[in-house]
Every structure is written in C-alpha cells, then in structure tokens.
Design a protein around this ligand. Structure first.
Ligand code: SF4
Length: 157
C-alpha cells in the first residue's frame, strides 16, 4: 500500500482508533508468551530470511534450528514456559531481525476491534495506554503490513 493510499484511507476511517491509540512497548515480554490464539509466531520466508541474516545464519540452518511446521505453516519454536524461543529475561534476543507480527503488534487486524482490544489486548499488554499516540495512518500502515504478511504466509510464502 502506498503512503498516498494510507493517507486517503485514514481521512475516511470511522474506526474507534480514528484519533490514534496510545501505545509504547514496556518491555514486559508478555506478547512473546503464548496467549491462546495469539500463541504462535508465524514465519513467512521473508521473516525467516531476515531473522537468519540478523543471526548470521543461512535461512535453512535457521529454519531447522528455530522453526516448526504447524498446519503446513512455519512458526518459531517455543522456549521455556510457552514463551518464544528468543525471549530471555523478558528481552527479545533477536530484536533486530524480529518477524513481521512482532513488528506490527499490537496493531493486528484480528484485535483491532474495540471489544477485543479492551477485553484481551489491554488486559495483558502493559504498553496499551502508555507513551505516544500512534496515528490512524500509522495504525493503518501496520495493519496493511500484517495483512500482507498473513496473505503471503497462507499462500505458501
Ligand atoms: S521473536 Fe522476539 S519479539 Fe518476537 S515473540 Fe520472539 S522474543 Fe518476542
């Protein structure tokens, strides 16, 4: 999606987040621990390549060491206590190369409705309501990136 298109969309949005959403990561590591349906970190080929490069590994070695396949899709392995394998002492040890869904959190299509945001996201993510306001335009860009990644994932990429 081009920035022009994002701008056009944000001018029209009547979503609950039209005035922006205050959010700043507090480094809790909460989003890196399994929360029911938000439990897996899905990996497109692009995600695996980026993460492998950040860890100075080949993509195939990275995939063998850190990924599993579930329902025909790659995801990161779990570490201790249902946390992501890269979470150590509440910190992502592969932050620079983190996958798309970690970059776009918490602005995912499936949680950006008022009810889910309030009852699920705001309950476990201490970054909600903190820090700077993310504009509707920024949120739409994150949503578009996440949607694109999900489409690539299910199409086998
Ligand atoms: S890759 Fe990093 S940011 Fe993403 S879930 Fe794992 S520890 Fe968290």
């Amino acid at each position: 999606m081009t920035s022009t298109k994002v701008q056009q969309t944000s001018e029209k949005t009547s979503e609950w987040w039209a005035q922006g959403v205050r959010f700043e990561c507090q480094g809790s590591g909460q989003c890196c621990v399994s929360h029911g349906e938000f439990g897996f970190v899905w990996m497109t080929l692009e995600d695996r390549r980026r993460m492998a490069a950040a860890l100075k590994m080949t993509t195939s070695a990275f995939t063998r060491k850190y990924c599993l396949m579930t329902d025909g899709l790659y995801r990161l392995k779990d570490g201790a206590n249902e946390a992501c394998v890269f979470l150590k002492e509440k910190r992502c040890t592969a932050y620079k190369g983190r996958p798309t869904q970690c970059r776009t959190w918490p602005f995912w299509p499936e949680v950006m409705n008022a009810k889910t945001w309030k009852t699920e996201v705001a309950r476990f993510c201490p970054g909600v309501g903190r820090g700077r306001v993310h504009s509707a335009q920024e949120i739409e860009a994150a949503l578009a990136e996440q949607r694109r990644s999900e489409e690539i994932l299910v199409s086998g990429g």
